[in-house]
Design a binder for this molecule. Structure first.
Ligand SMILES: *Cc1c(COP(=O)(O)O)cnc(C)c1O
Length: 446
């Protein structure tokens, strides 16, 4: 394809058309993914839908720029414009999170955590973090993570009866273990996290506090969950979960320029984090992605976005209530945020989450599976549902009721098929599938 018109508009126009011509294989897969999303219900806590403006920034000529370093301190020439792009993203991130420091370069939430952890600790230092099987994220120290390979990890767990964080127990553990870093924030925890209490515990034992709000950042920006920014020394997040581009983010509040000791030398917190971002763990930033983050932070500052986050939490509460009324066993009995976790083991003899997930998906309802705390059954028994996408598509209380009926219709009709397999009868599945399609069609991606 050649460009007669030497304009940015012509260059960026009809990108999908260009792909269709050159690579029908990938073009068709993208098309199939679009239709999959339009024809099923995404009840996912770890996923969202970014705007078309965010997509445009991702698919722009900014993708090509190679430039290492930070704004006004680059190693490569021709970086004036990407300096402005990155500075805009930083300013908007600081504004929307009320932070004093923002780093928009991390390629992912996992990398953001790795950067902070290696910036603040030395090999072999101690980390106290939430057990992966109790809702913590892999990057907080699960056995196969880089974090566990280079640092000494101790895990805190939720209470055996209530499945809530037990701050007294965490304090006890911290006093005994004397960690240099405490990590709070979870991937599977449906209740409010008290960042203030975590900071008290960290201060008592002289630890640094990292709050990972990958799952909560949307609610934090929208005012539907307390902010950790001034409680934690450092806060990290993924940027796709709240509806931005894929990527990570590092933030700091009042402690952003505090002095820390690393390898016997004094360092300033935010500078140490920048050094560890580049050249520590990453090379060149993705400027298309950083531009997309800037666009997203502009959206996140809007009244509409904030109102929607309240609605996300409201919908989750409503759906949890509707399912509880039907007798479903929800972890902690309900939710304060955007997710609910169902224990499927009591629904029918031997039902596990892989089977529940498979049958729900067959009926057009997409959910995640996960292990439950203190569950020693051979197969996983938790499924996690989230309301960000259905809320973005415009659903409200009536649709949450409808979804609870459809979910119930699937889960209570799963039957054993042979020794270990579980299935749902074809006629029942088709019937529900048609209903979810109908519902999805009324709330399309826009
Ligand atoms: C999703 C998640 C991450 C990881 O983000 P990626 O961008 O997928 O690497 C980190 N921490 C928590 C708590 C998460 O839920």
């Amino acid at each position: 394809m050649t460009f007669d018109a030497l304009s940015s508009e012509a260059y960026h126009a009809d990108l999908l058309g260009a792909l269709k011509k050159y690579d029908p294989d990938i073009y068709k897969l993208i098309k199939r993914e679009y239709h999959r999303l339009q024809n099923s219900i995404q009840l996912l806590a770890a996923e969202n839908l970014c705007s078309r403006s965010v997509l445009a920034a991702l698919g722009s000529i900014l993708q090509n720029k190679t430039s290492e370093g930070f704004p006004a301190a680059r190693l490569h020439g021709g970086s004036g414009i990407v300096d402005e792009v990155e500075s805009t993203a930083i300013e908007r991130a600081k504004e929307v999170f009320r932070a004093k420091y923002a780093n928009v370069q991390p390629h992912s939430g996992t990398t953001a955590n790795q950067i902070v952890i290696t910036a603040l600790l030395e090999r072999g230092d101690k980390i106290l973090s939430m057990a992966t099987s109790h809702g913590g994220h892999f990057s907080h120290g699960s056995i196969d993570s880089l974090t566990a390979k280079f640092f000494e990890i101790e895990s805190y767990r939720v209470d055996r009866e209530t499945f809530l964080l037990d701050y007294d127990q965490i304090r006890k553990q911290a006093r005994q273990f004397r960690p240099k870093l405490i990590i709070c924030g979870a991937s599977a925890y449906p209740r409010i996290i008290d960042f203030g209490k975590f900071r008290q515990i960290a201060d008592e034992v002289g630890a640094i506090l990292l709050a990972d709000i990958s799952h909560l950042s949307a609610l934090v920006m929208g005012g539907a969950h307390p902010s950790p920014i001034d409680y934690a020394h450092v806060t990290t997040a993924s940027t796709y979960k709240p509806g931005g581009p894929r990527g990570g983010l590092i933030l700091a509040g009042r402690d952003y320029d505090m002095k820390i000791k690393v390898a016997g030398k004094e360092a300033v917190l935010w500078r140490q984090i920048e050094k560890t971002t580049f050249p520590g763990l990453q090379g060149t930033p993705y400027f298309n992605n950083i531009a997309a983050k800037a666009v997203f932070f502009k959206e996140a500052g809007s009244k509409e976005y904030k109102a929607r986050q309240l609605k996300v939490a409201e919908n989750a509460k409503w759906l949890a209530g509707a399912l509880a009324k039907k007798g479903y066993n929800l972890l902690t009995g309900g939710t304060d945020n955007h997710m609910l976790i169902i224990n499927v083991s009591g629904i029918s003899e031997g039902l596990s989450s892989p089977a529940a997930q498979k049958c729900l998906e067959q009926c057009g309802i997409v959910v995640d599976k996960m292990p439950l705390p203190y569950d020693d059954k051979p197969a996983m028994t938790g499924i996690r549902l989230g309301t960000p996408i259905v809320t973005k598509n415009g659903m409200g209380a009536a649709e949450m009721d409808r979804l609870s009926d459809l979910i119930d219709g699937v889960l209570k009709n799963i039957k054993p098929a042979g020794q270990t397999e579980r299935t749902i009868e074809q006629v029942i599945a088709e019937n529900i599938r048609n209903k979810t399609k109908e519902l999805a069609a009324r709330f399309p991606i826009r």
